[in-house]
Design a protein around this ligand. Structure first.
Ligand code: ASP
Length: 583
């Protein structure tokens, strides 16, 4: 037992009455009645009321007048039941108080820039993160994070995964983002990339016979920061040998269930539904649908083939959504703007506000079309007519927007989903080049190994994503374990033999020396925990996150470097250090 305390504040109960204890913590609130001073003393476990009575402890009472919020105190005293009218039913320790005999002011506090727990500007919270951390919200979130990670580690351990550390400073790892680079003083002009993920190392662990690898790995990606993105984040990264897709999905489902249970919550039923990429795109227009609400995309392509409305008749695909609201003109103008942001040329609609169907296109539609497409009273059908990808993007974007705008999602529901059977490649619209959908190490579907090179656009892959309420929790795949197949993928991506060697020679060598079949997954811990904590963004579950400009308001990083430091690294900056303003 430490000399500073022999109990935490929040642990005390009526059954402790009569005990003499030493407690320590922060002065949460203080009520000075001139004679008696009451202090709510707080530590991570909760609060307890101290009563400092000049008749009982004159020296302590003298000192108590100096106490201000967030002073660190240590008190020795006796636990006594509160008088019935003073009981606070809202506080777990509300039946008792501590009659103080000795009081020490351990540490003082300057006046605070904000009161602990106040809903203030986030930059202010992050500038003084150590104060913000004392709030119930941050204490709850960081502890919840710990609990969830421990539960996941237990599952990993039970399933015989071993925790292996892989390098952060490495060669570029293609996960589709930009790399953060690290200059190397000993080799001027050369750079490490910070690992976007441990992808290739975990595969090499499989070639190395480790069989089951995992790591709560830090990953670095130079991308714009968003609610669910930081430059650096952590993922449950895992890889397994001699397995099929279902084995990997099962491990992840166990982690999710164990995480819910570790928090005393009812776990979602498993197995989670597996839906093909083609189907989610058709129904929801996105590969990460929020299925807490319906609003499924419907198809009108067949129906409108011979339409006298040329826009429909001429479009490769015509699909629509029926929103449960008869939108006004102004609302429709706004929705059209959103549809255009997603690539639509315009937005055709049929509104039924209880009377006639309101629509500039109604007069072009046949009776049959109208009978089938006109929405029920109080709703609006919104159409997209274009190529399939555009239609999905537009209606997917509108669906997500309407889900938020009309508050369609039931907050009590948890909808987990596996999206499976992704395409192997996608074509860059501008350059026409083929690029991977997941990463280049993802295996094609069995059966297309021999044909995908000739027809990359139609090959499916063994890539899968885990989705929770519209958030992508993570991705994984069965990997390529044969060098010839890997080389064919590289060729489709336009890498000739020399480029393959230069970038991925070590991988090809490994695949040629007894690589077992393997696959794995990575789940974003920050996203998972944020959703578990009911938080709207991952910054709330990260101890020291960065703000959207990419800065850390607490330390002021990133900062400029003097030319002397840069020179040592062999770097000449195009930016004058003096021209760089503070954060
Ligand atoms: N390396 C991938 C990622 O970070 C996950 C995986 O395929 O295991 O998204």
């Amino acid at each position: 037992m430490s000399s500073w305390r022999d109990t935490t504040c929040g642990a005390l109960r009526a059954s402790d009455a009569g005990k003499r204890v030493t407690v320590a913590g922060w002065a949460d609130t203080r009520r000075d009645h001139g004679g008696l001073v009451f202090v709510d003393l707080r530590d991570y476990s909760g609060k307890v009321q101290l009563v400092i009575n000049p008749e009982r402890a004159p020296a302590a009472a003298e000192r108590a007048h100096e106490i201000r919020n967030e002073f660190v105190l240590q008190a020795v005293g006796e636990i006594t039941p509160r008088s019935p009218e003073a009981v606070n039913p809202n506080l777990p320790t509300g039946d008792i108080e501590i009659q103080v005999d000795e009081l020490t002011i351990v540490s003082r506090s300057d006046p605070l820039p904000f009161q602990i727990g106040d809903d203030v500007d986030e930059v202010l919270r992050l500038t003084y993160r150590w104060l913000d951390m004392r709030s119930d919200r941050m204490q709850r979130n960081l502890r919840l994070r710990h609990t969830v990670i421990q539960a996941i580690r237990r599952v990993m351990d039970e399933l015989a995964f071993i925790d292996v550390w892989t390098p952060s400073m490495t060669k570029g790892t293609p996960e589709g983002a930009r790399d953060f680079l690290v200059p190397v003083r000993l080799q001027p002009g050369r750079f490490f990339a910070l690992a976007q993920s441990p992808q290739l190392f975990k595969q090499l662990c499989m070639v190395g016979g480790l069989d089951r690898y995992y790591q709560i790995a830090t990953c670095w990606r130079d991308e714009d920061l968003r609610a669910d993105r930081q430059f650096e984040f952590r993922q449950l990264d895992l890889e397994m040998s001699f397995i099929d897709r279902e084995d990997v999905l099962d491990v992840l489902e166990r982690c999710v269930v164990a995480s819910f249970e570790s928090l005393g919550r009812e776990a979602p039923p498993t197995p989670f539904e597996r839906v093909t990429y083609a189907e989610v795109m058709r129904k929801y227009g996105t590969d990460k649908p929020d299925r807490r609400f319906g609003l499924e995309i419907q198809d009108a392509t067949e129906l409108t083939r011979g339409s006298t409305f040329g826009v429909f008749a001429g479009a490769p695909v015509v699909r629509y959504l029926v929103a449960p609201r008869a939108f006004s003109r102004t609302e429709l103008v706004r929705l059209e703007e959103i549809a255009k942001e997603w690539g639509a040329k315009g937005l055709a609609y049929l509104v039924n506000d209880g009377g006639d169907v309101r629509s500039p296109i109604a007069k072009f539609l046949s009776e049959d079309e109208l009978a089938k497409l006109a929405p029920v009273p109080g709703s609006t059908a919104l159409f997209a007519a274009a190529d399939e990808a555009t239609v999905s993007r537009v209606l997917g974007g509108l669906r997500t927007h309407l889900g938020n705008e009309l508050d369609l999602a039931d907050p009590q529901r948890n909808e987990f989903l596996w999206t499976i059977d992704f395409p192997l490649f996608e074509q860059d619209e501008e350059s026409g080049r083929w690029t991977f959908v997941h990463h280049p190490f993802t295996a094609p579907m069995p059966g297309v190994e021999g044909s995908f090179e000739a027809d990359p656009g139609s090959a499916l892959s063994q890539h899968y994503d885990l989705i929770w309420n519209g958030w992508e929790l993570g991705s994984g795949s069965i990997r390529i374990h044969r060098a010839e197949v890997q080389q064919a993928v590289f060729r489709v991506m336009g890498l000739d033999e020399a480029a393959q060697r230069e970038k991925f020679g070590f991988l090809l060598d490994a695949l040629r020396m007894g690589a077992p079949p393997h696959g794995g997954f990575a789940m974003g811990i920050d996203r998972f925990v944020a959703l578990m904590a009911g938080e709207p963004d991952i910054r709330q579950v990260i101890a020291f996150p960065k703000v959207s400009s990419g800065s850390d308001p607490l330390t002021g990083a990133p900062t400029s470097m003097s030319n002397r430091v840069l020179k040592e690294l062999g770097i000449k900056s195009l930016i004058d250090p003096d021209s760089i303003a503070g954060p």
